[in-house]
Design a protein around this ligand. Sequence first.
Ligand code: NAP
Length: 282
Amino acid sequence: MIRVAVAGAAGKMGREVVKAVVRAPDLTLVAAVGRHHGVGEDAGLLAGIGPIGVKVGSDLRQALSESQAQVCVDFTLPEAGAENGRTVLDAGVCLVMGTTGLSAAELAALDRLARERRVGGVVAPNFALGAILMMHFAAQAARVFPEVEIIEAHNPQKRDAPSGTARRTAELIARSRAESSRWAAAASGVNTSEPAPAGNSPARGLLVEGVPVHSLRLPGVVAHQEVVFGMEGQTLRLIHDSTDRSSFMPGVLLAIRRAPELKGLVTMEELLADVLRSPAAE
Ligand code: NAP
């Protein structure tokens, strides 16, 4: 049994994680932590699965040491994620970081701390397996299609924009472009460090790693992303929709199960590298 703590346990994602961990036969929920909402209440009642005897605390460090958690899952807020991550790794506990909006410098510092403390973890802006495939396919398509834009939609409560998934997709596309001589040849004359074409109007989206990203915030949406590639005479669209937060749970549970064997922080793409390797490349 892996002993799991959840930070942000009273939030939308945290409640879903509590439910998934309690239902998993090989995991046990030993601690739940919040900020204001839900503190002092039973985490199972908040998650809608009845009482489980784990009350939501407000002190992460104390909760980790008292519960002897082995893995802590964080779904909090951009301003809380980095500090929580430090607290978790400092305590020698593995980290599964789902909170988005952390800067590259904050993530790199967490990775260094994990290596110093000799613990591991997984960081992903999107744990939905379909979204990880979409990002992977986008990186592949970017080797062939020089022009691409991203449209993402989330609920209006989401604090960060563009989404972590869109940023990560743009990073993977940029890396793919840099590695691909075919793209460089096809795109000769296109300077991706320049502002978006069409007059650099805000309506043309925010440039992330040279990729224009358009962010929608609408009630009723959980998570949507469309990566649209264009080339003379053709369009290629990769679309992923999370219609329910349960979509993130298979990835979160996989990360919890694999975290204890890792050293340092890895991405979901790295965790799934064997599955994602193209048979055609072998
Ligand atoms: P949410 O409903 O607002 O929940 C966030 C929760 O975190 C709230 O209950 C909040 O408590 C709590 N919190 C804030 N600071 C805290 C701290 N220092 N320690 C412990 N708890 C704290 O948001 P959500 O929709 O669940 O999303 C949470 C995060 O996950 C966001 O960054 C979102 O972008 C991200 N997300 C990631 C994925 C993925 O697959 N990686 C998927 C969906 C969402 P109070 O309400 O009392 O302030």
